[in-house]
Design a binder for this molecule. Sequence first.
Ligand code: NAD
Length: 279
Amino acid sequence: MTILDGKALAAKIKEQTAKTTAELASQGKRQPCLAVVLVGEDPASQIYVRNKHNDCVTTGIKSLMHTLPADTKQEDLLSLIDSLNADDGVDGILVQLPLPKHLDEKTVTERISASKDVDAFSAYNVGKITLGRGGFKPCTPAGIMRLLEEYNIEIAGKECVVVGRSNIVGKPMALLLLAAGGTVTVCHTKTADLAYHTRRADILIAAAGRADLIKGDMVKEGAVIVDVGMNRKDGKLCGDVNFEECAAKASYITPVPGGVGPMTRAMLLENTLTAYTNK
Ligand code: NAD
């Protein structure tokens, strides 16, 4: 069994990003820039945003932080996005989700220009992925694809099972696996017999957000198992997969932490660089 080491690969990607930005600086070029907007004081969001800021700082990407109060009016948030859209010095824009209840996430994320939508949550970018026409890929599924590629894991012809159908993980993950030639099944809360599907998986992506959902008797011998889940159990971070039971059968498996999480962050940096280069 081999651990899919997302932490190590993310470190390599960050090193490469830092090299690229250093080259740009030595040529007297503008620094790539990511604008991050945080509304309110959700503690988890504050940590995510701080991590993204630190990643930018350590890789030579300029990080513009906009922290707004929880009672920010939608029109004020939209006008901030408009001004970031219009700012030639800003390459990528990320609005940290979830937003406070009175703000409409759909309207807000759709307002970000497609060319700066480095989180790739807009209908335009999702449509491009669906049609196989390039565009930004959402960071978590993109990070998983990179991790599989790094370990030379073949996708074409494989049975791929994705547990979860959210717009930010499950659905785009299924589309990327499909584009890579996988035979894809998407499971969700209405799936009648989850284990029937997971047992058939050559590549299993667990993205349900339920601790211990995937047990050892639900996976096939030799399966590649990617655990996207980030759950708390007895105060400890854990995924959706029972690691001990599943690792005993898997050919490859991601740990939590140190698997998908660092890759998600690394892909945000890459998308920001791509947005810069596209200009
Ligand atoms: P979500 O709640 O939006 O979606 C969860 C999906 O799982 C839903 O489609 C639901 O139908 C399905 N599901 C839930 N319980 C199920 C069950 N018992 N059986 C079958 N399907 C079930 O969550 P999300 O935003 O897609 O995130 C999923 C998990 O991944 C969460 O734990 C989240 O914290 C984590 N996450 C991690 C990263 C990372 O970088 N590591 C990034 C994004 C999300």
